[in-house]
Design a protein around this ligand. Structure first.
Ligand code: CAA
Length: 382
């Protein structure tokens, strides 16, 4: 049976996340964006009230919330500021491969560190020469005794300057393409070099850095899963995290629509509030429909995961559609504001800048279409 009604627990979670977004995030969001300030104080508060690491299962120290619960929270926090939510949610991305493939010992150690000590973690997949084409990576890991030695560089790493742990993908067999990639959990103390903080167009409250491994020694127990099986771990991770990105995109779009509605009721042209003009009404109507559709696709992709089912196709549908919707809705929100929408003093230009990354990170809009086309045109590959 299909039931779109949230449980009381989910409604409470949504309220908790919305209140947090309204009281702790919104009041400082535009200032954080302007100064490109990492939201450390907000992260600490989110940790205190239980809005961090919600995905971590109980036996590893977390509340073990479902993927759907996670999406409900992420939409609300992103409604507050998606740059802040990118910082808050990064532990989920970084830890997914560990909880999917790590040993019991490592899962306990890492889970404890995230949930009890409040550490931060980053996901290190992308390289200067390997973005969409993951198997083109050049970072390598060579086994020496009971250690692996890592050399190479990863770019566009969320929370990179602040992370205590890094989930790192490296080639353990340089000639085997995607079958030569392994995943490792690396501590910052293991001589990880944070090279560069990026100055970004949007989501400026989130930190994005380049991370370099220079003869970085990693204990063999921190190999995640089997050697040369890292590519699939990365793909399975992205299947699990793209619904969250879609939820974030939905939050940005919803915020933009709300601003556009409020403004259209205040702004008078031709003797009436512009909300009375059909040109504006139709723009708002399209926003509302596309936001609903984004949320439904998002929830569907999350519920499949909660049911233990493969969601590769639905995850890409959700991420693709919600990201494109966020871009369209925020662009139209600027249009509703007219010339004022282009001015930084008004809220919607930030949302338009923030929305752009939703079509880029965790797989571009084109990579989502590639996955959708393969899954739709070809027989199941996994
Ligand atoms: N689950 C499990 N296995 C999968 C899978 C999935 N979803 N997708 C593919 N595989 C398996 C395939 O079955 C295949 O297995 P075999 O070795 O048994 O044949 C293997 O993986 C290789 O698959 P493909 O042939 O499809 O691989 P490909 O090289 O054509 O790449 C791709 C596929 C979809 C383009 C992939 O490279 C991809 O998703 N690229 C985008 C990367 C991405 O999203 N990067 C974002 C970085 S993270 C980030 O942005 C966060 C941040 O901090 C900023």
């Amino acid at each position: 049976m299909v039931d779109f009604t949230l449980t009381d627990e989910q409604k409470n979670l949504r309220e908790l996340a919305h209140d947090f977004a309204e009281k702790e995030i919104r009041p400082v969001a535009w200032e954080l964006d302007k100064e490109s300030t990492f939201p450390r104080a907000i992260i600490d508060k989110a940790f205190e009230v239980g809005l961090m690491n919600t995905h971590v299962e109980e036996q590893y120290g977390g509340p073990g919330l479902s993927y759907l619960d996670g999406c409900i929270i992420e939409e609300e926090l992103s409604w507050g500021c998606s740059g802040v939510q990118t910082s808050l949610g990064c532990n989920g991305l970084a830890s997914a491969p560990v909880f999917l493939g790590g040993s019991e010992e490592v899962k306990k150690e890492f889970g404890q560190s995230l949930t009890q000590d409040g550490t931060l973690a980053s996901f290190c997949l992308t390289e200067p020469g390997a973005g969409s084409d993951v198997s083109g990576m050049r970072t390598k890991a060579v086994k020496k005794g009971d250690k692996y030695v890592l050399n190479g560089s990863k770019c566009f790493i969320t929370n990179g300057s602040h992370a205590d742990w890094f989930t790192v993908y490296a080639k353990t067999d340089l000639d085997a393409g995607h079958r030569g990639i392994s995943a490792f959990l690396v501590r910052k103390d293991d001589t990880v070099i944070v090279d560069k903080k990026e100055d970004k167009m949007g989501q400026r409250a989130s930190n994005t850095a380049t991370i370099t491994f220079n003869d970085t020694e990693v204990d063999a127990k921190y190999l995640i899963g089997e050697e040369n099986k890292g590519f699939k771990l990365a793909m399975m991770t992205l299947d699990r995290t793209r619904p969250g990105v879609a939820a974030m995109a939905t939050g940005i779009a919803r915020a933009a629509m709300e601003f556009a509605i409020d403004y259209s009721k205040e702004r008078v042209q031709f003797g009436v509030p512009i909300a009375m003009h059909q040109a504006i009404q139709f723009m708002i109507a399209d926003m509302a429909t596309e936001i609903e559709a984004s949320r439904l696709l998002t929830w569907q992709s999350a519920v499949l995961l909660d049911q233990g089912k493969r969601n590769t196709l639905q995850s890409s549908h959700a991420k693709r559609f919600a990201a494109d919707t966020a871009m369209k809705v925020t662009t139209d929100a600027v249009q509703v504001y007219g010339g004022y929408g282009f001015i930084k003093e008004y809220p919607v230009e930030k949302l338009m800048r923030d929305a752009k990354i939703m079509q880029l990170y965790e797989g571009t809009a084109q990579i989502q279409r590639l996955v959708i086309a393969r899954e739709t045109l070809l027989p199941r590959r996994v």
